[in-house]
Design a binder for this molecule. Structure first.
Ligand code: NAD
Length: 282
């Protein structure tokens, strides 16, 4: 099966980056969101990101033009043609919303196409249940998608070898480095990253060191480009808490319990960069 037409559902942070990368690699992309305003915003952002690449001589004006021409802005999934080969879902991190979307897509999109989810933490096996489990897979891109090489390719319980092979090869075709991961909470990326961030928050909570100093240790001592508390503010403390809860509940293991300070900050609306303050002020 050759993948030519791709539908990216959700044109937010991740969806517009995913559409950008596939369109730049000559795939025909339908970028879907719920309103014209959101779609226009996403297309403008992609055009601005292409301009930045153009200025840095990473692409030519023809590539920019071609990339934009390869994207069909689409309002609502009902406007999609049925002959889409691959659907990549990148809507809100909400299991009920994702399940209901895949239910609808199951009726609209031809039966032999592949469904993928960009979820950061929801089980691929559970998302696949009511649509097409053998042709369902996780494609976990990293933010910002055009810059970051990694894609975690997550095999659900029933994902077929054929589906896995197609998606693994496709990821290489768009210049990414795919890594095979089985479907367990947090996959690999968040299973390792989030407990590290949570431990940094525990260190702050227990008064081991100040926030700036915890970040300095990890930056200068471990060569991390960003300290864990700065990174938590960047990701959003609500997102961090949500993923820790997925790990805690998914493994039934107290080693993943979210730090009480993280819970308290989320309750207080201190969500990091997006709310103006978190561990640091913005
Ligand atoms: N932001 C990150 O750093 C990051 C990294 C990796 C994975 N993810 C995952 O990617 C997914 C998307 O995250 P995001 O940060 O891009 O979210 P976002 O909030 O920026 O964008 C979500 C978009 O989906 C749209 N949407 C919601 N329901 C829709 C529907 N039924 N049909 C069409 N569009 C719909 C919204 O209007 C919005 O524009 C989540 O599952 C998240 O966990 C996020």
């Amino acid at each position: 099966m050759e993948i030519k037409k791709i539908a990216v559902i959700g044109s937010g942070t991740m969806g517009n980056g995913i559409a950008h990368v596939f369109a730049m690699n000559d795939f025909q992309v339908y970028l879907v969101d719920t309103s014209e305003k959101l779609i226009d915003k996403a297309i403008l952002l992609i055009a601005n990101n292409l301009d930045r690449m153009l200025k840095k001589d990473l692409i030519t004006i023809d590539i920019k033009q071609n990339t934009l021409e390869n994207i069909s802005p689409t309002i609502g999934i009902s406007k999609l043609p049925d002959n889409i080969d691959l659907v990549i879902e990148a809507i809100y991190e909400n299991k009920i919303a994702k399940l209901s979307l895949f239910n609808e897509l199951q009726e609209i999109i031809k039966k032999d196409s592949i469904f993928a989810s960009n979820t950061s933490s929801i089980s691929i096996t559970e998302l696949a249940l009511n649509s097409r489990p053998e042709q369902f897979i996780g494609m976990h891109f990293m933010n910002p998608v055009p810059m970051m090489k990694l894609v975690e390719i997550i095999r659900g319980f029933s994902t077929s070898q054929e589906t896995f092979d197609i998606i693994f090869e496709l990821s290489k075709k768009i210049g990414k480095v795919p890594v095979e991961v089985n479907d367990y909470p947090g996959f690999i990326s968040n299973r390792i990253l989030m407990p590290m961030i949570n431990e940094a928050i525990f260190a702050l909570y227990e008064g081991v060191a100040k926030a700036e100093d915890i970040d300095t240790v990890m930056k200068l001592g471990m060569n991390y480009p960003m300290g864990p508390l700065t990174l938590a503010d960047f990701i959003g403390l609500d997102v961090c808490l949500n993923i820790m809860e997925v790990l805690f509940n998914g493994f039934n293991d107290s080693k993943y319990r979210p730090c009480p300070l993280l819970k308290k900050m989320v309750a207080a609306g201190k969500l990091g960069r997006k709310s103006g303050s978190g561990f640091f002020i913005y």
